[in-house]
Design a protein around this ligand. Structure first.
Ligand code: C2E
Ligand code: CA
Ligand code: CA
Ligand code: CA
Length: 277
C-alpha cells in the first residue's frame, strides 16, 4: 500500500519499494512474455526531405501485456538491459524486423532499409556480429537493407567497438548514431568510426522554429553531420514549420508524427502498398 501523504515520514520509502517491486515484476515477466508472443514490432517511416519519398523504416518494439495492455519500450527496455535479457529480446527484434522486411520485399513493395535499435549491452555481446550474420543468412535479407541504430554511450568504448563496427560495415550493414546530442560523443570518434547516419535527437527539434537559439543549434548540428560526411536525419518532427525549417537548412531526412506515428505491421504494409501507386 502506498501512502498518499507527504507528511508521512515513510512516503518516499513506500514509493521506492513500489518502484522496486514493479521492476522485479517486469523483470520476471519478460522471458515468459517472449515465449507467449506478447511482443510486437511497430514501424515508423523515414522521409527524404527533398523528394518527400519513403527512404526507410524503423522497427520499434511494443509489449502487449494481457494484464496492463500495451507497455512502452521506455519502461521495459532499461529493465531488460539491466537483467541482460535484452540480448535475447534484441535477437528476437532482429529476426522479426529482417523477416518482415524480406516478406515485404518479396511481395513487390519498394525495397527499403529497416532500422533496428541495438542496446549497448547487446552490441557488446561477443556473439553479436555472428547473430546478425545468421539472421541475414536465414531470412535472406540483403545486408544493405539492414541498418543498426546505436547510441552515443557506445562510442565511449571506441577500441572495443571499432572492430565490431568495421566488420558490420564490411558486410554492408549500415550504422546510425541515435539520439545524437544527448550523450557525450567525441567529434574525433564520430570521424573515425564507420557511421553513415546521424539522427538528431528530438529535443533539438521540438522548439524549432520559434526559438532562435534552438534554430541555430539545430543548424550547427546539421552542418556538423554534413561535414563529417554523414546522412543527417532529424527525429521527432511534428509540425509543417519544423519540416520546412529542416528542409531549408539542408537536413536530409526526417522521422516524426508530422509524417506518421509508428504503426503496426498491417498499417505499414498498407502504406507501402499506397506508395507503389
Ligand atoms: P528511439 O530509438 O529514439 O525512438 C524514437 C521514439 O520517439 C519512439 O518512441 C517513437 O515512437 C517516438 N517518436 C517518433 N516520432 C515522434 C514525434 O514526432 N514526437 C514524439 N514526441 N515522439 C516521437 P518509442 O517507440 O516509445 O521508443 C522509445 C525508445 O525505446 C526508443 O527511442 C529506443 O531507444 C527504445 N526502443 C524501442 N524499440 C527498441 C528495440 O527494439 N530495441 C531496443 N534496444 N530499444 C528499443
Ligand atoms: Ca532509434
Ligand atoms: Ca532516437
Ligand atoms: Ca530517444
Amino acid at each position: 500500500a502506498k501512502s498518499e501523504s507527504l507528511s508521512d515520514p515513510h512516503y518516499f520509502d513506500y514509493y521506492l519499494v513500489d518502484k522496486l517491486l514493479e521492476r522485479v515484476q517486469i523483470e520476471k515477466k519478460l522471458p515468459r512474455a517472449l515465449t507467449d508472443n506478447e511482443f510486437e514490432l511497430f514501424y515508423q517511416p523515414k522521409i527524404d526531405l527533398t523528394t518527400q519519398a519513403l527512404t526507410g523504416l524503423e522497427a520499434l518494439i511494443r509489449w502487449n501485456d494481457p494484464e496492463h495492455g500495451r507497455i512502452s519500450p521506455a519502461s521495459f527496455i532499461p529493465i531488460a538491459e539491466d537483467s541482460g535479457f535484452i540480448v535475447e529480446l534484441g535477437e528476437w527484434v532482429l529476426w522479426e524486423a529482417c523477416r518482415t522486411n524480406k516478406k515485404w520485399q518479396d511481395a513487390g513493395y519498394p525495397k527499403l532499409p529497416i532500422s533496428v535499435n541495438v542496446s549497448a549491452v547487446q552490441f557488446r555481446h561477443p556473439q553479436f556480429v555472428r547473430t546478425v550474420e545468421t539472421v541475414l543468412e536465414q531470412t535472406g535479407l540483403e545486408p544493405k537493407y539492414l541498418e543498426l541504430e546505436v547510441t552515443e554511450s557506445l562510442l565511449n568504448d571506441p577500441v572495443l567497438i571499432k572492430d565490431r563496427l568495421d566488420s558490420l560495415k564490411q558486410r554492408g550493414i549500415s550504422l546510425s548514431i541515435d539520439d545524437f546530442g544527448t550523450g557525450y560523443s567525441s567529434i574525433y570518434y564520430l570521424k573515425e568510426l564507420p557511421l553513415q547516419v546521424l539522427k538528431i535527437d528530438r529535443t533539438f527539434v521540438q522548439n524549432t522554429p520559434s526559438s532562435p537559439r534552438d534554430n541555430s543549434l539545430l543548424q550547427s548540428i546539421i552542418q556538423l553531420g554534413k561535414s563529417l560526411g554523414l546522412t543527417v536525419l532529424a527525429e521527432g518532427v511534428e509540425t509543417k514549420e519544423q519540416f520546412d525549417f529542416l528542409r531549408q537548412h539542408d537536413c536530409d531526412q526526417i522521422q516524426g508524427f508530422y509524417y506518421s506515428r509508428p504503426v503496426d505491421s498491417d498499417t505499414m504494409e498498407e502504406m507501402l502498398r499506397i506508395s507503389l501507386s
